[in-house]
Write a protein that binds this ligand. Structure first.
Ligand code: HEM
Length: 289
């Protein structure tokens, strides 16, 4: 992780010396695919394709997707399915020490039907990629944006890097990457004053929960020492399997960035994709001047 971060920051710093540079594209979009790609043994030449397909696929999970966004999402899903079917075939031929080969071994031991075992591995591999990229990119750029907007906190972290992990959790509270978590009530359930009938879907609006003054005093204040728990990674049995990896990426990146001698600042507001459920920054321009 440190090697990847150092390389990305070196390239970014080079670009910055020539004028404004897009931190989001050059660093935040790159680190998560390198982290997950190297772990899963995916060739680096495929990183760009997988990143584009995940951006398109996510529209299916939006609140009000347009027909053309849904068509884009369908096509991305088909391509992603084919990509991971090929990957699993290749790993069956040549197993290695990567997690995809390990999932194949595990499912072969659990499931005598080879086709069903492959389907299970396929679902895990595909979901890992979908879950890991945009979410983490958002946290990386948002951490940098919020710290540049709050120089007093940035200086405090520079003086004391041990505060960085708490700062990352405050970023996750303040501006969570996923704003909607869905559940279907298996039985009639009372939630506060509301009776949820069996079979009804409930959406947890994470941003609203994270800015609830009854839970977080002065909730709209970005306060890296808050040390409060949050729902950015969900809760319960489906709690995010990649939370430690996402936190590691953010902490490693901020530690390296704040340890460097460069002092970039925001050269304009970030640009956003028009989304509700999955937050997505598309550009974060920084400058040295
Ligand atoms: C900051 C980055 C991330 C955020 C905010 C995030 C958020 C979430 C949330 C909210 C859930 C729960 C969904 C639900 O309860 O319905 C979840 C589940 C999951 N996440 Fe993440 N995630 C992040 C990064 C990652 C990464 C890097 C990976 C892969 C290495 C990953 C893999 C998963 C998986 C496999 C699940 C499903 C767990 C299960 O259903 O048992 N996530 N994530």
């Amino acid at each position: 992780m440190e090697r990847a971060v150092d390389r990305l920051l070196a390239d970014f710093t080079d670009q910055l010396r020539h004028g404004p540079a897009d931190f989001h594209t050059l660093v935040s979009e790159e680190l998560p695919i390198i982290a997950i790609g190297e772990w899963m043994g995916i060739p680096a030449t495929d990183y760009g394709l997988l990143r584009t397909l995940t951006h398109d696929q996510v529209f299916a999970q939006e609140l009000f997707p347009t027909p053309s966004q849904l068509a884009l999402s369908d096509s991305a899903t088909t391509q992603l399915r084919a990509y991971f079917a090929d990957l699993i075939r290749a790993r069956r031929k040549e197993p290695g020490s990567d997690p995809v080969s390990a999932w194949i071994r595990t499912w072969d031991a659990l499931e005598p039907d080879r086709h069903r075992a492959d389907q299970a591995v396929h679902a895990i591999a595909l979901f890992m990629i979908l879950a890991a990229l945009e979410t983490t990119s958002h946290v990386l750029s948002t951490s940098v944006r919020l710290l540049l907007e709050h120089p007093e906190h940035l200086e405090a972290l520079r003086r004391d890097p041990e505060l960085i992990p708490d700062a990352v959790d405050e970023v996750l509270r303040y501006d969570a990457p996923i704003h909607m978590i869905s559940r279907v009530a298996s039985t009639e359930t009372r939630l506060g004053d509301t009776l949820v009938p069996a079979g009804q879907m409930v959406q947890l609006m994470v941003g609203a929960a994270h800015h609830d003054p009854a839970r977080y005093p002065d909730p709209h204040r970005f306060s890296p020492r808050r040390g409060a728990s949050h729902l950015a990674f969900g809760a319960g049995i489906h709690y995010c399997a990649g939370n430690a990896l996402a936190r590691l990426e953010a902490v490693t990146l901020l530690t390296a960035l704040l340890g460097r001698s460069i002092r970039p600042r925001l050269s304009g507001p970030p640009r956003w994709a028009p989304r509700v459920a999955f937050r997505r920054i598309t550009s974060l321009q920084l400058t040295l001047t």
